[in-house]
Design a binder for this molecule. Structure first.
Ligand SMILES: *[C@@H]1O[C@H](CO)[C@@H](O)[C@H](O)[C@H]1NC(C)=O
Ligand SMILES: *[C@@H]1O[C@H](CO)[C@@H](O)[C@H](O)[C@H]1NC(C)=O
Ligand SMILES: *[C@@H]1O[C@H](CO)[C@@H](O)[C@H](O)[C@H]1NC(C)=O
Length: 426
């Protein structure tokens, strides 16, 4: 049973950069741009995928509603200890609650990560700079100092601590267990960060474009390619690192935007379509962020879209109603059981990306609506200006459900395809 106060939880865990990273950290990549025509109804079959054997696939647990988050359990250390981490493509690197005098930790000390002397990463270690977002790095003066980290999230939460490295046993898809040493944060000062309202969560698995993400580190030690995949449904799904889950066909690919100021996943300005028609909402800066439960649009775009949806519901048997789950909800003549009950009343939304002609991300009703415990249907697209996102728009968990999403950092592209998100774990 979920804790009562967790119901209808809304995370917005986008990592905020206080200081722009130095330009020297950003390598120039070769131009890539294999855009394929939009595929709206493609569904993947197991035989479509490549097999190299060196990828990692982890089972995911969670849901959009009522839990509000997706997480994986990873093992760290020798002997290995398990940690349940919140999956967050909107931040740079992994961190866990630290066995140290801690402000804001939610796990009992024995379930936190306990570093030994040889686990500390020092300032002189090359990986340290990838954990430091300020310029110059906080610890540039003394190379033998412990490397520290600090993350600020869009929800006004933050975490800081020291960087450590330890064995990360992972089972590869060919059955071999690999034990690479990975660097991650040991956090002992946590402030108001929402994932921790969930009692079992030990930390965050940040999977952005940074060199410090677990995916980038697995690639740099030669275990698997730097390709992050996730597939979420209402029962969980899976998370993958490596090329094995990249299908040979059936994916829609678009070139990744390579902003120099942050490590977020984005595709350049997006235009919104509703029922196949342009809405006039365009030029949106959109970030793919699994750290966000719902999808957020800036006030202007949100207002326009809300108007359109309201107008479209005219003469349909739905009536606006208050529901504590989300701000905009409707009820029918009888309580709804699933979004399937209402999908005929709502149109398909689509995001079209200007940088990639003809590339559309289709958002059918089940990727922007939830049905609550009261049996009402609510809009899972929220006003980002209200939560302080400014002009940034987020594609959250809700809108990536039922799709295999691939963030291919090797080829600088983002891809997606419809999928049921079940995976057989051997
Ligand atoms: C995508 O949808 C359009 C309009 O509904 C349809 O004409 C087209 O055949 C679909 N494309 C694929 C690949 O199924
Ligand atoms: C699995 O893949 C890894 C990495 O490519 C390789 O080192 C290992 O030998 C493979 N194991 C088997 C059983 O094929
Ligand atoms: C979105 O939030 C902002 C800030 O709270 C508010 O001023 C604006 O009216 C809201 N927009 C809509 C369409 O509700």
């Amino acid at each position: 049973m979920a804790d009562q106060n967790l119901k209808g939880r809304r995370r917005v865990s986008l990592m905020i950069f206080l200081v722009v990273l130095s330009a020297s950290l950003h390598v120039c990549f070769a131009e890539i741009g294999h855009s394929q025509p939009p595929k709206n109804t493609s569904t993947l079959h197991p035989t479509d995928v490549n097999t190299f054997g060196s990828s990692v696939v982890l089972p995911v647990s969670g849901n959009v509603y009522p839990l509000g988050s997706y997480s994986v359990t990873v093992e760290i250390g020798n002997p290995p200890k398990q940690f349940q981490l919140d999956i967050d493509t909107g931040s740079d690197y992994a961190w866990v609650q630290c066995y140290a005098p801690c402000v804001g930790c939610t796990l009992p000390p024995e379930r936190r990560y306990k570093p030994a002397t040889d686990n500390y990463v020092l300032c002189k270690d090359p990986i340290c700079s990838a954990f430091q977002s300020s310029n110059p790095p906080q610890c540039s003066r003394n190379p033998n100092e412990k490397c520290s980290f600090q993350i600020e999230y869009a929800d006004h939460g933050s975490v800081s601590g020291v960087v450590v490295s330890d064995s990360f046993p992972l089972r590869l898809v060919n059955g071999t267990v690999s034990r690479p040493r990975m660097a991650f944060g040991c956090g002992y000062k946590l402030k108001k960060h929402d994932p921790f309202s969930s009692p079992a969560i030990a930390g965050v698995l940040g999977l952005g474009r940074s060199k410090a993400s677990i995916s980038a580190q697995l690639s740099s030690v030669g275990v698997s390619q730097n390709i992050v995949g996730h597939c979420f449904n209402d029962k969980g799904g899976f998370l993958s690192f490596g090329a094995d889950l990249v299908p040979k066909s059936g994916m829609t690919w678009a070139p990744m935007l390579r902003s120099s100021s942050d490590n977020h996943y984005s595709l350049g300005p997006a235009e919104v379509f509703f029922r196949g028609n342009p809405t006039g909402i365009k030029g949106l800066n959109v970030i793919f962020d699994t750290g966000s439960t719902y999808t957020y649009l800036n006030s202007g775009a949100y207002g326009s879209l809300l108007n359109l949806i309201m107008k479209d519901l005219n003469r349909k048997p739905l009536q606006q109603v208050q529901d504590k789950a989300l701000p905009i909800c409707w009820k029918g003549s009888r309580p709804f059981v699933s979004v399937r009950d209402v999908q005929n009343y709502f149109g398909i939304l689509a995001l079209s990306f200007a940088g990639s002609s003809n590339i559309q991300l289709q958002l059918p009703p089940q990727t922007y609506l939830i049905v609550t415990e009261q049996g009402n249907v609510c809009l899972g697209i929220l006003n980002g200006t209200e939560v302080g996102l400014g002009t940034t728009n987020l594609i959250g968990d809700i809108s990536m459900q039922g799709k295999l999403m691939l963030f291919d950092n090797e080829n600088q592209r983002i891809g997606w395809a419809s999928a049921d998100c079940t995976h057989k774990f051997g």
